[in-house]
Design a protein around this ligand. Structure first.
Ligand code: AMP
Ligand code: MG
Length: 328
C-alpha cells in the first residue's frame, strides 16, 4: 500500500511517497525563499503552483512508483496560509480524480506527531513541535491530540526569522543564528516569558533588537537568544511531562533541527529517566512524507473526502481533529 502526500502549509512545497511500513520511498521538496522580509502568502502560493507538478514527478521517480501503484492521495488541510494550502489541495484533488484514488485530508500538526512517533518506535510520546508558524506541546488523550501548551504570540521559528532579519540577515534565520551562536560567549539577560505551559517571544524580540542597537556583538545576541528561547521550550515540555505522567518526548518542526534545542531537551528528558527522539532533519521540517504517512493511518481507519468537501482549513486546531486510528 502506497500513499502520496502533499505538503504546502507555508514556505515549503513537498511531495512524499510512503509505504505501509512508513518507509519513505520518495521525497521531493522546494522551499520558497523571499528575497526580502518574511513570507508573502500569495507569492509563496504562486511558487507552490509552479513547482508542485514537477515535485510529484520527482517523488514518483525517486520512489520508482508508477501512478497506477499509488493507493491514496493525502494533503495538508490545515493549519496554514490559505493561498498556500489551496495550491497543494488543488494538486491533490486533480491527482485523486485523474488516478481515481481516495483523497485523504491530514492535519499538519498531527502529521508531525505521527511521523516522529512511528520513526521513534515510542508508543505514546509527547511532541514538542517547534516550527516557523507553530510552537506547541502536544500529547494524546481521550480520543484527540491535545495542545497542552503553546506560544501566545508568534511561533519560535518566526521569532528567530524576524530577529535575524532585524540583525541584517535574510530568511530563514534559525540556521544562521545557530551558526552565529557558536562563537558567542557572553550571556545577556533577556525576557524569559513562560506562563504556565505557554510561552511568548515578542518581548525577547524587542529586547534583543534594543541590545543590537546599543552595539552588543551579534554572536553574543545569538547565543543569548538560543539559550533563553530553548530553555523556555524545555521548561514547558518538562512541565507537560510532569503533569501528564509521561517520560518520552519526540521533536518536530524546523526549529527541532537545532542542535542546542535537541541537546537541552535530551538532557531534561534523560534526567527524568525518559527517552528523547528527533527525526532526521528532512522529516523535522515540513515535508510530504509525514502527510503521506498520516494519510496512510487515516485511510486505513476509513477516512477520505469527496472533492466538494475537501476545503482547506487555515485555522484548523490540532485538538479538533479526530484520529480514529488511535482509538482502542
Ligand atoms: P517549518 O515551519 O517547520 O518548516 O520550519 C521552518 C523554521 O525552522 C524557520 O523559522 C527556520 O528559521 C527554522 N529553522 C530551520 N533550521 C533551524 C535550526 N537549525 N535552528 C533553528 N531554527 C531552524
Ligand atoms: Mg510544520
Amino acid at each position: 500500500m502506497v500513499v502520496l502526500g502533499i505538503e504546502s502549509t507555508a514556505h515549503t512545497a513537498s511531495v512524499g511517497i510512503v509505504d505501509e511500513r512508513a518507509e519513505v520511498l520518495g521525497l521531493a521538496s522546494d522551499m520558497y525563499r523571499p528575497a526580502l522580509g518574511g513570507i508573502h502568502p500569495r507569492e509563496a502560493a504562486n511558487h507552490h503552483v509552479e513547482v508542485l507538478p514537477g515535485l510529484v514527478e520527482q517523488a514518483l521517480e525517486r520512489a520508482r512508483v508508477r501512478p497506477s501503484e499509488v493507493d491514496a492521495v493525502a494533503f495538508s488541510q490545515g493549519p496554514g496560509l490559505g493561498p498556500c494550502l489551496r495550491a497543494g489541495a488543488t494538486v491533490a484533488r486533480v491527482l485523486s480524480l485523474a488516478w481515481k484514488r481516495p483523497l485523504v485530508p491530514v492535519n499538519h500538526c498531527v502529521a508531525h506527531v505521527e511521523i516522529a512517533r512511528v520513526l521513534s518506535g515510542l508508543d505514546d510520546p509527547l511532541l514538542l513541535y517547534a516550527s516557523g508558524g507553530n510552537t506547541q506541546v502536544i500529547a494524546y488523550g481521550r480520543g484527540r491530540y491535545r495542545v497542552l501548551g503553546e506560544t501566545l504570540d508568534i511561533g519560535v521559528g518566526n521569532f528567530l526569522d524576524k530577529l535575524w532579519i532585524g540583525l541584517g540577515g535574510t530568511f530563514p534565520g534559525g540556521p544562521a543564528l545557530e551558526a552565529e551562536a557558536r562563537t558567542g560567549t557572553e550571556l545577556h539577560a533577556l525576557p524569559y516569558s513562560v506562563h504556565g505551559m505557554d510561552v511568548a517571544f515578542s518581548g525577547m524580540l524587542t529586547a534583543t533588537l534594543a541590545l543590537h542597537a546599543k552595539g552588543t556583538p551579534r554572536p553574543d545576541l545569538a547565543y543569548s537568544v538560543e539559550t533563553t528561547a530553548y530553555a523556555m521550550l524545555t521548561e514547558i515540555t518538562e512541565r507537560a511531562l510532569a503533569h501528564r505522567g509521561r517520560n518520552s518526548v519526540v521533536l518536530g518542526g524546523g526549529v527541532a533541527c537545532n542542535e542546542r534545542l535537541r541537546g537541552m531537551v535530551r538532557a531534561m528528558v534523560e534526567g527524568r529517566g525518559g527517552t528523547m527522539f528527533a527525526p532526521p532533519r528532512s522529516l523535522c521540517v515540513d515535508n510530504g512524507a509525514m502527510i503521506a504517512w498520516t494519510g496512510h493511518l487515516a485511510h486505513r481507519a476509513g477516512v477520505s473526502v469527496d472533492v466538494p468537501d475537501s476545503a482547506v482549513l487555515p485555522r484548523q486546531r490540532t485538538d479538533l481533529v479526530s484520529t480514529p486510528w488511535r482509538a482502542g
